[in-house]
Design a protein around this ligand. Sequence first.
Ligand code: ADP
Length: 366
Amino acid sequence: MKNVILARLSTIPVPGQRMDLARSGMITERDISIDGDRVVVSVNVPDGYAADLAELKALIEAKLEGLDGIGTLLVVMTAERAAPPAPEAPKLKKRPTEAPGPDMRPQSAAIPGIRTIIAVASGKGGVGKSTTAVNLALGLRSLGLKTGLLDADIYGPSLPRLMNIAARPEIENDRVLPIEQYGLKTMSMGFLMEEDNPVIWRGPMVVSALMQMTREVDWGALDVLVLDMPPGTGDAQLTMAQQVPLQGAVIVSTPQDLALIDARKGLKMFKNVDVPIFGIIENMSAFVCPHCGETSHIFGHGGAEEDARRLGVPFLGAIPLHMAIRETSDAGTPVMVTDPDGPHAQAYRKIALTIATRLFPETDED
Ligand code: ADP
C-alpha cells in the first residue's frame, strides 16, 4: 500500500526542482502511516520551499483520494518556515488578543470562531496535566461556556482514554469534525492512530500537526479552546506557544521540588513568548484516605503555593491526590462527570471560574 501511495506521489513534480515528491525525500515510506483505511501522510517541507503549501496539499489529496484502500486521508504539512527560529528568539512580539494587528507571523492570527485559547502545560510528564485539562475543560463548560479540548500531546495522546472515545472523527469538506463527548468538542491525534502503533514524529512535524489540529478542525463557535500541551518545555512546546494565539497558560505541577523546578521552566517558556500565565495548579497535593478521610501531605505541603508567590504568579488552587480522581480519569469518566457536585469537581470548577474570569473579565458579573 505504501508503495502504491509513493508511486502516486512520484507523479507530482516539486516546483522549481527537477524531482518528484517521492524522490525529493519530502515524503518517504516512514512518513506514511496506515491504520485500516485511515492514512496519514506527513510531508516534510524543507526550509527553502517557496511554493504554496496549500496548493501542494491539495495536489497530494487529489492524487490519493479515491485510491483503493483509503477511507480517510489526512495530509499533514510539516513546514516550519513560518516559525521564527525558536531558541534564538529571546523577545517575540505580543500576540494579538482581538485583531491580528501588525504581527508578522501569519500562523498566530486569531482562529475564526474560537474566542479564546488557553494552554495547560507542565514541566514534565506524569504530573496529571491531562487529567487536569479534561476536568478544567468540563469545569469551564459547566459554567456555560462553549468549550473545546485539543489534546496536543501527539507523542502520547491520552484523550481517547481519559474521555472514553473510541470513535474516529469524520472528515467533511476537507475539515476534520471534532468528536463530542460529555458536552465538549474534542480532538486528538489519538483518534487517528492506533495506540500500540505510534507515529514517530520529528520536531517540525509536531508543530505542523498541531497547527492543523487547531486550524483545520471544524471547531464551530467556541468560547474557549483548552489546549493540553505535550509535557515538557522543549522546542516543540516553545513553537506551539509562539504560533497558537494563546490568551494564557496554566502550569500543572506536583508538590515535589523536582517538579517545581520543571514547572519554573514552563513559566519561563511562556514568559519568553509573552503569553500571560494565569497561574499554577498544584496537583496530587494532599492525600485524602478513601477509608478514614484523613488528609496526609505525602509530598510536603504548600510547595507550589509558596513557589507561585515567590515567582509572582497566581496560585490557582490545589487538587488532592485521590483514588476517585485516578479511577475516574483512567476509566474515561472524569470526576467532573461522575460526581459533578463532589469536592473534587468543586475544586476543578473553582479553578475554572478563576480562568473564565481572566478570559472574560467584562462578562463576569454574578
Ligand atoms: P500527564 O498528562 O501529566 O502525563 P495524566 O493526567 O495522564 O498525567 O495523569 C497521570 C496519572 O495520574 C493517571 O493515572 C491519572 O489518573 C493520575 N492522576 C492525575 N491526577 C490525579 C489526582 N489528583 N489524584 C489521583 N490520581 C491522579
